[in-house]
Ligand binder design. Structure first.
Ligand SMILES: [Zn+2]
Length: 182
């Protein structure tokens, strides 16, 4: 196993359609801040972190497959009309490496954030097995996961938001995954 990895990092959603919101906090804004912090931390450790900017899913997939990183992730935050729903989950496409990556990040984030463990799941749209796997997870050639560290719609989870804290937790999960492959 080479000492350093390359990784594709995508903030969920776009500036104009920012996803879930709580007050002025949006999924896009929060995930962008965390991805920015991750790029800084991973670069300091000698890894190569590529920011995958807002675009259509197909353009993002083309870019990721052209870069051909060792693995990648997209960061989201969950939300529900059920305000009591809370916790962390990671979504994968079902390959062994995807499952290993999801497990490593899930373990790290529930430990760091103190969130409820909602497990890892196959990345069907809306977690509905009749629906296809989310495009960016399905069409990327490398192991690729979608991370949902907590629910923006839950007051206790919202209090757990800490940009460097979440960044460090996900970076640590990525490092553990990479070391586990050795
Ligand atoms: Zn989202």
């Amino acid at each position: 196993m080479k000492p350093h990895f390359s990784i594709a990092l995508s903030p969920g959603h776009t500036p104009t359609a920012p996803g879930a919101t709580r007050g002025n906090v949006t999924e896009y804004g929060l995930s962008s801040a965390i991805i920015g912090d991750m790029i800084f931390r991973l670069s300091k450790l000698g890894h190569t972190a590529h920011l995958i900017g807002s675009n259509t899913n197909s353009a993002q997939v083309r870019r990721i497959n052209k870069i051909a990183p060792d693995f990648g992730l997209e960061l989201h935050f969950n939300a529900s009309v059920r305000e009591d729903w809370n916790g962390s989950m990671v979504l994968h496409a079902g390959s062994q490496r995807g499952v290993d990556l999801a497990n490593a990040i899930q373990k790290s984030q529930i430990k760091a954030l103190g969130t409820k463990n909602k497990g890892i799941h196959k990345a069907h749209y809306r977690l509905d097995r009749r629906k296809p796997i989310i495009t960016i997870v399905r069409e990327t050639a490398c192991p690729f996961v979608v991370i949902e560290p907590l629910y923006l719609s839950n007051a206790q989870d919202f209090e757990r938001i800490d940009v460097p804290g979440i960044s460090i937790a996900i970076v640590s999960g990525c490092l553990n995954y990479w070391e586990g492959l050795g």
